[in-house]
Design a protein around this ligand. Structure first.
Ligand code: FAD
Length: 469
């Protein structure tokens, strides 16, 4: 039998994915957002990050398609580009230009606004959901049942006309993002919030949108559809990417680490493009027409709220997405992780049901188990920079030399490279990087480099600034 009512606080990617799963288990689901939703793929105040590049990992695409059948088709119909990164991107890695070879799966390249608008449209088609706009959740309602506290609803304050009201629910899901007010709500109920870990790599983005030049103005050597230029310490602390978007647009984002924040003004931004490791991005942009000012974003620290170890007990309340675990977005993990969390929620609801005494605790534990890998990946990579602040995950230092050798080996060995790509896209867990065959190939590549003093040259990686198609 279905439970009656679930409330999701926040109707962005995590909230819509969780709401989709809940609609299978509850008679009605209300997703509440403080924003007014735009009619199409437009910006809104609650998701300022939509002005910056958003990569949807291969696993994220799979999960969104599973939750919202028809997602990829709808995205393509609206102009998202369905590309194989390995074939369609000119990618300058630390070791040089990447080999042009298929990665074996396609990724959707589109604006974050299109992605969210598409998910929102598919969500709205569900028969038993309400998407309530212009309303802010300002607190939780709870009652004491013998020894435990149970959430029974939410205080909802409309932003336009109307008076604040209490909305009853059997389950409340916090999906209100990085700046969630849940810790304050817990304190009003007399509970200590869960502990938090923050790992700050002092990263920053600056982004600008462009209309790509007409096809007949593209120089003949431009075979690529997108560009990716990695950071290379110590001289190049800024990465640069160009992603193709719907409507023939490009988004160009500069990402700086270790306090090397990219410029926030137009002149500085355009100059910074020409200081990247290759002039290719600056040259591309020279032929394009700017469509926006330069947007900047600095709230990019990794932040984990340890609900799985929470000493307090609050039945009927769970949290998903960035409100639990937000990453440095340079690694593109947030949306995918949110979508996977929704699937984990479905598994827990199927196994235990929402009335099980330990439902919330079991969900938090299962979610934390999954989030541990992307957390380690993002924080481990950030800790490569000495200016990064926070507590290192245990044992991560031990793996640094191996990971360095693995990245170096991936430039020469396509088997290692494909495995690494599968892990980055969350199609495999990081343990797949430590299997004996992969470790053997990494060792071989390392020995070869020691013996020759250089990395084995790859025929498709000439030492030139422009990538060869
Ligand atoms: C600069 C930047 C770039 C990023 N790039 C990528 C990328 O390349 N790939 C990727 O996968 N992820 C990326 N991310 C992360 C991604 O944006 C998030 O992980 C994703 O949006 C899921 O977040 P969320 O739904 O938990 O929260 P959010 O997207 O932050 O949404 C929170 C929602 O809650 C609403 N809200 C907040 N408080 C209340 C309240 N009290 N009552 C009602 N509503 C409320 C807000 O209006 C908003 O709609 C990036 C993030 C940043 C900052």
């Amino acid at each position: 039998m279905k439970s009656k009512h679930a409330i999701v606080i926040g109707g962005s990617i995590a909230g819509l994915c969780a709401g989709r799963v809940l609609s299978d288990f509850f008679e009605h689901v209300t997703v509440i957002d403080r924003d007014t939703y735009p009619t199409g793929a437009q910006e809104r105040a609650g998701v300022p990050q939509s002005r910056h590049v958003h990569a949807l990992l291969a696993r994220g695409r799979q999960e969104l398609e599973r939750l919202f059948p028809g997602f990829a088709r709808l995205m393509s119909e609206r102009g998202a580009q369905d590309l194989d990164f390995g074939l369609d991107f000119a990618a300058l890695r630390v070791t040089g230009w990447a080999h042009r070879e298929p990665e074996g799966f396609k990724l959707l390249f589109a604006s974050r606004t299109l992605l969210e608008a598409t998910v929102r449209e598919l969500f709205r088609q569900l028969p038993n959901v309400t998407l309530q706009e212009r309303a802010t959740v300002t607190g939780l309602l709870a009652t004491r049942e013998t020894s435990t506290l149970r959430v029974t609803g939410a205080h909802v304050t409309p932003l336009a006309a109307g008076t604040p009201s209490d909305m009853p629910a059997d389950l409340i899901v916090d999906a209100s993002g990085r700046a969630s007010k849940a810790p304050e709500w817990f304190q009003s109920l007399g509970l200590q919030p869960p502990e938090e870990s923050i790992v700050n790599g002092h990263a920053g983005y600056s982004s600008r949108w462009f209309q790509a030049p007409e096809a007949d103005r593209w120089p003949r050597e431009w075979w690529w559809k997108g560009i990716w230029i990695d950071i290379k310490e110590p001289d190049h602390m800024m990465a640069g990417v160009l992603f193709p978007l719907e409507q023939g647009r490009w988004i160009v984002t500069l990402g700086g680490m270790a306090k090397h924040y990219p410029p926030t003004d137009e002149e500085g931004f355009m100059h910074a493009l020409s200081t990247l490791r290759s002039p290719i991005l600056a040259e591309a942009v020279r032929l394009a027409t700017p469509l926006s000012p330069v947007y900047s974003h600095r709230a990019m620290a990794n932040r984990m709220r340890h609900y799985d170890q929470w000493r307090e007990r609050l039945d009927g309340f769970i949290a998903v997405g960035d409100s639990v675990c937000a990453f440095n977005p340079i690694y593109g993990q947030g949306m995918t992780t949110s979508a996977v969390s929704a699937s984990i929620l479905g598994d827990c609801l199927r196994q235990d049901g929402v009335t099980h005494a330990d439902f919330a605790r079991r969900f938090f534990q299962a979610q934390a188990k999954f989030q541990e890998n992307p957390w380690r990946l993002a924080t481990g990579a950030d800790f490569r920079y000495p200016t990064t602040e926070g507590v290192r995950p245990q044992g991560s230092r031990l793996f640094d030399p191996y990971m360095n050798a693995l990245f170096a080996a991936s430039a020469q060995d396509s088997v290692v490279r494909q495995r690494l790509v599968a892990v980055i896209h969350m199609l495999k867990t990081p343990s797949a990087l430590f299997t004996p065959p992969i470790a053997g190939r990494v060792a071989l590549a390392t020995v070869r480099t020691w013996l020759t003093g250089t990395q084995a040259p790859h025929p498709a990686m000439p030492p030139v600034l422009m990538p060869v198609g």
